[in-house]
Design a protein around this ligand. Structure first.
Ligand SMILES: [Zn+2]
Length: 483
């Protein structure tokens, strides 16, 4: 069987912690537990004490509605929570309160989709459902899960709201999965329900199979970044088994960060003995409520994409790149709106500097824009100085490093004694110097016009990049003709 005959089928279950909720799903414990002393953010409800009664966090319903609208799900207007029974120390009451779309139960929203773009081709990743559930406690192992002599349990996380997003098995490659997660993260950013930069705020379980062979579930992929590597590893494992005519078992495996390993648990849906949670009243969401949430919904990426193109006369490509990162797009709009004299040329220039130089710097330094001191107005100033011809783009590029520290351009230029040299006499003097010092390159340049760039490079070196490139180019050509 050739490589191309293996058709990969992937379905994802993404658990997103709604970190922007201040309290837990069924009690008023503070959700800000990261870095806090273990078991200090807990109460009888999230500890599962007998007799304690859960109450639904209204804001969690609103956040789930926001996401359901962003994903275009069909929202179920009446549902109740279920108990998912299992025995494990991360849920001290021995059941997790969740939603269940069988036995008379309903998910929060059905269907919906996320549009991805691969090599310019759009594809809708269709969803099965989204639902709310509580996060279990955190089990802390000493070293590896298999060798740790004991386990510690921190109930600070127990009861924090999770939104589970389940796709249909329509993802065909690890790259598609990565792109789906990128777009999903974008929607989470825009709906403002969670900050997925928080450690452990998103966890993924993946169902992976090669068409015609049994399905494997890989659990505990603890970050979006790891999903692609986990999928790649598992697909290779399954293909190798098939190639060697070995049977690939239907099983649950655990991703340990490098490889997938079999898990001991053999739980099936019936083992969970789902039944309605009698301690909570059914939830009713009417049309009016949904419309209210919709009206308050922030602008979504698709709408912003269209608006940016119209408002700032940007190309689809530029607008798309800006929208891909909400904080960058916010930064852009603050910067270009700060100067009312800006027109399409400045809008484009600002976008170029932000997307190429600033974003390049952020990527090189592995930082987000919020982690730097750069202010939107600094790029506004940069664009103005470039337009007025007070600095060259070479100078601009050379000061990006200092700008990221929040230092004003004026100060940087003064400190480094940088200014654009546009004086024709001054440039002519330097050009003649360079011609005199480099007879070999000059004789080359007379024959091959391309070699002129080497001479211009020498001028730039002498002037530390401050000579205006256009004037230098013209002067060089004039002076060479005179020879
Ligand atoms: Zn609590």
């Amino acid at each position: 069987m050739s490589e191309t005959n293996y058709e990969v089928i992937i379905g994802l279950e993404v658990h997103i912690q709604l970190t922007n909720l201040k309290t837990k799903l069924f009690c008023s414990c503070n959700t800000d537990y990261r870095g806090k002393k273990p078991n200090t953010h807990a109460c009888p409800v999230c500890l599962g004490m007998p007799g304690s009664l859960p109450v639904v966090n209204e804001k969690a319903i609103e956040f789930a509605t926001r996401m359901a609208l962003a994903l275009d799900c069909k929202i179920n207007e009446k549902f109740w929570f279920f108990r998912k029974n299992y025995f494990y120390p991360d849920m001290s009451k021995n059941f997790q309160i969740s939603q269940y779309n069988k036995a008379g139960g309903k998910a929060f929203g059905d269907n919906g989709y996320v549009t991805i773009k691969m090599d310019g081709v759009k594809k809708d990743i269709v969803l099965n459902r989204i639902h709310l559930e509580e996060d279990p406690a955190r089990i802390v192992h000493l070293g590896s899960i298999t060798t740790s002599p004991y386990a510690l349990i921190d109930y600070n996380r127990s009861g924090v709201t999770l939104l589970e997003i389940v796709t249909e098995p329509v993802i065909e490659s690890p790259e598609e999965a990565r792109e789906f997660l990128n777009q999903l993260k974008l929607l989470v950013d825009y709906t403002d329900i969670s900050d997925l930069n928080f450690e452990g705020s998103c966890r993924v379980d993946a169902n992976i199979s090669i068409k015609g062979y049994p399905r494997v579930e890989v659990k505990n992929i603890n970050s979006f970044k790891e999903v692609e590597s986990a999928l790649k590893w598992e697909i290779t494992r399954q293909k190798n088994l098939i190639k060697r005519n070995k049977t690939c078992e239907q099983e649950t495996r655990h991703w340990d960060g490098k490889v997938t390993i079999p898990m001991r648990t053999k739980e099936f849906e019936k083992d969970y003995r789902y039944f309605p949670e009698q301690d909570l009243v059914p939830i009713e969401i009417n049309e009016e409520y949904i419309e209210n949430v919709r009206a308050k919904l922030p602008e979504m990426p698709r709408e912003r994409l269209e608006r940016l193109q119209k408002q700032y006369q940007l190309s689809e490509f530029d607008a798309e790149n800006l929208v891909l990162n909400k904080s960058i797009a916010d930064f852009y709009e603050l910067g270009v709106q700060a100067d009312s004299s800006f027109g399409s040329e400045e809008y484009k220039l600002y976008c170029n500097w932000l997307m190429n130089d600033v974003l390049g710097w952020l990527n090189d330094n592995n930082k987000s824009i919020a982690q730097t001191k750069l202010k939107p107005l600094q790029i506004t100033e940069l664009v103005n100085l470039l337009k007025q011809g007070k600095i060259t783009s070479k100078i601009a590029k050379s000061i990006i490093d200092e700008m990221m520290k929040g230092i004003s351009i004026e100060k940087i230029l003064k400190k480094q004694d940088i200014k654009r040299i546009a004086d024709k006499k001054e440039i002519t003097r330097i050009v003649r110097e360079v011609i005199e010092e480099n007879p070999n390159i000059v004789s080359d340049a007379v024959k091959k016009p391309k070699a002129i760039q080497a001479l211009i490079g020498k001028v730039m070196k002498k002037t530390k990049g401050q000579a205006d490139p256009d004037i230098t180019q013209n002067t060089m050509q004039e002076e060479l003709k005179k020879l």
